[in-house]
Design a protein around this ligand. Sequence first.
Ligand code: SF4
Ligand code: SF4
Length: 713
Amino acid sequence: MTLKTGIFIIVLAVAFGGIIYNSRRLLDFLRVGKWTDRFDNIPERLRRTFVIAIGQSKIMRDPVAGPIHVFIFWGFLVLVFAVIESIGEGLFGRFSLSFLGGAYSVITVSQDIFIALVLIGVIGAFWRRLVTKVKRLQSSDEHEKKDAQLILYTISVIVIALLFTNSTRIATGGIYPNEVRPIASWLGSFMCPCNKTLAWYEGFWWVHIVAVLGFMNYLPYSKHLHVITSIPNVYLSDLKRKNYLKPINFEDETLTQYGAKDIEDLSWKQLLDGDTCTHCGRCTSVCPANITGKVLDPRYIIIATQQRMLDKAPYLIAEGAFGFSSWEDAIAGKSEVRGPKSEVENQKRTVTGTLLGVSPRLTLEEVNSKNFIGDYIPQEMLWQCTTCQACMTECPVMIEHVDEIVDLRRNLVMMDASFPPELQSAFSSMENNYSPWAFSPSERADWSHGMGIETMAEYQLTVDSKQLTVKEDMILFWVGCAGSFDARAKKITQAFAELMQIAKINFKILGTEEKCTGDPARRMGNEYLAQTLIKDNIETLNKYNIKKIVTTCPHCFNAIKNEWGDFGGNYDVVHHTDFVAELLAKGDLVITNDLHERVTYHDSCYLGRSNGIYDAPRASLEAIPGLEIVEMERSKSKGLCCGAGGGQMWMEEKEGKRINIERTEEALATDAKTIASACPYCMTMMTDGVKAKHEADNVRVRDIAELVLEAVK
Ligand code: SF4
Ligand code: SF4
């Protein structure tokens, strides 16, 4: 064994010892969270990982930062082969992967190219941080700034050292079969094939491999831990549609908390989100609350979760207070119980816990004296979220901000009765009137008076008395609370009902039997109330054997489509924009009038980002001759929220600029004389915005159904 090999084996053993220790520490920290199964549907998870993590599809949503990151990320993937060769050389002397034949040529030429691209990416990243000072990348934390720079320097050292390792080796005649390195060969052509160059080769080789191994061990203590965790985090992300909340099982008697009070009430995946956050700030840069000057900062929430985990997890581990007994058992579906399996396990974990707590950031007293909600995450932040999903849409590593925000809200509402006072009347009204609007449930179908619309109860009576069978084509029009009680939204309801009558659709309504879908209560954290309403509604729908539903409200649509299945309510639900577009396409609705106007369409978050419906509303507008359609600066998946979702409709917007004003200004900037929308909440917010901007005489806000009705009538 050469001296080089001997020293390298020691370096490698220390480095791998560190990697194993850190991995174990990371996995144990995560295990203080609750079990959630993210190991199902492997093909879909692999597909998602390939597209989002390897393909960097979300990163590329930013046309400047995207390519910079892609250069560095793909560069690192290609350079993994160089690390294998370096380790091989340390263990066995000169070593290469040239036995791969032609593939080796591809690998080596790619490495050369990616070394250059990584360096361009690093320079770009430095430029954006230090020269153009991109807002979302700025941090007031000096440690974080230094950490980011240290990582960029280390990446530069790794790739430059690799380039010179290759060029000095090639210069001294050490080129391998099938090796193609144009840049390294070109550099090597300036070097002498002498012992001095060989000595430089050894130096560069050591710098490269020590920097790589040091980098791997530094990462777990850096915000760049995402280099290790981001691919797994994407693989383990929630496969449900984005706007889906996991229900609480109120029958589970082992539950000691509803929602999350502290890190041990979050899932291990939510804790992994904290470890994965790249601190890139994409989420915060699109958050409507943050944009309008409120304290809500989704990035901060995720980072604060990791900070609390780092502070508290060592003590929980020392107590053996794990959320599930072992990764192996939990993945195998054998165990979901909190705490260790046996005394022996307990003993083992106490030792591990003590080790992990070698240098705790805070003493146990300090940890216990702090509250997760309040000291780490200000309560105010939690109540400013509109659940618009913009943060989750932008996050390149699939972090699930909204789920955590709602989990924390759930705890505040159901365990502490702590919520903005104005929500009390909405909760009481949902309990008593089955609607957040304080109207009598008996008035729910008043909008339909004189329209000849039958309720399901009336229809069922006819069916029963005449011994008929329910027609196959019958569809239930789910009106929703806004569409039933809000004066402006009622006009949308009537317009859509009229369109269905024109198209001769066989539809009924539930009338006074309909109740709130539970969406506002759920998003406001009142899961118990939400589930009561959901179950009542499902019972009614199932009583009538309802199969197909159409609704004008994206919030009702999202709840019924994505969430009611958890409670036994499975229906084919359509949003009215899809429905109308189809009627137009089939010729069941015929346009007879031109509308000569400039119109801009405001995307509803619950329709667009949450359910991918962007084209149908636009298709209906395009079908109307004379309409000139202009897009706002932020549209489709990048559209800005109107400010009403997540219960904000019933909360006061106390801080910063009003979100609806920000959005209305953007709409007005297009010079459109009509703002089109497809949601009763958006309708309220945009109408108020237009009034506040004193533009009500010049600009009108209309639902897609209303515009189509104007063109059809
Ligand atoms: S869901 Fe919307 S409002 Fe809530 S944190 Fe994310 S971006 Fe901000
Ligand atoms: S949560 Fe996602 S988008 Fe936000 S800073 Fe972290 S990685 Fe970036």
